[in-house]
Design a protein around this ligand. Structure first.
Ligand code: 3PG
Length: 223
């Protein structure tokens, strides 16, 4: 069984280029944040299971902002997988490479991108059929130079990475030009403090800035 992201989801994440990582404390913030990100051109998000309202937030976003590709992150146990599937997550993400979580996701039909930081992590994920991997924590681990060296033995297998952890508008350029990168992501697009302040205009502007930068980088690559 495989847990690769289906082509349609992979394409949406790659074409957007940035995935917003969200820590939602109040469910009433979920829809305005998702709408602000979407209005700014960020069409994919990972809602983290770090607060009790994350699943409810996913449900309302699916209902009220259906154009947002909404996945769930910080999936740490097999038990959480079923809850995530029932709530209608488009994909799942974990910070680490837990084979039991990955296998549960496969059995439940949840497209899954596990987190990796070492060659051993990558090999566990590959053996379980994953081909899109979250590189976490990207910046503290050594950024693109570390990733290119660490993952060089696996590139010929078609594996792609989504770096998260310390990525932001100022350094996303260092990743996005490389063919092994599917997209980047992080909490800088909608940081908890900005959500708490209900600064949805600020979130939209941050998303616009990031989306414009992705476009400029991609245009530069094809020019
Ligand atoms: C994650 O869960 O992917 C990370 O917390 C994102 O890292 P960041 O907060 O540094 O963007």
């Amino acid at each position: 069984m495989e847990s690769q992201l289906p082509e349609a989801i992979r394409q949406r994440i790659e074409s957007c280029g940035v995935v917003a990582v969200l820590i939602i404390e109040r469910v009433q913030d979920a829809v305005p944040v998702a709408q602000a990100l979407l209005d700014g051109g960020v069409t994919a998000m990972e809602l983290t299971l770090r607060t009790p309202v994350a699943i409810d937030a996913l449900r309302v976003i699916r209902q009220e902002v259906p154009d947002m590709l909404a996945g769930i992150g910080t999936i740490l146990t097999p038990q959480q997988v079923q809850e995530v599937v029932t709530a209608g997550a488009s994909f799942g993400v974990s910070p680490g490479t837990n084979p039991r979580v990955i296998q549960e996701a496969q059995q439940a039909g949840l497209p899954f991108a596990p987190g990796v930081a070492t060659p051993s992590d990558v090999e566990v994920a590959l053996e379980l059929g994953c081909r899109e991997l979250k590189f976490f924590p990207a910046e503290p681990s050594g950024g693109l130079p570390y990733l290119k060296s660490m993952a060089a033995p696996y590139f010929h297998l078609g594996v792609k990475f989504i770096p998260l952890g310390g990525v932001n508008t100022n350094n996303l350029e260092t990743y996005l030009g490389d063919p092994c990168i599917a997209a980047v992501g992080g909490s800088w697009l909608a940081p908890p403090a900005r959500i708490a302040a209900q600064d949805f205009d600020g979130i939209r502007e941050q998303a616009q800035t990031a989306a414009a930068k992705v476009q400029a980088i991609r245009q530069g690559l094809t020019a």
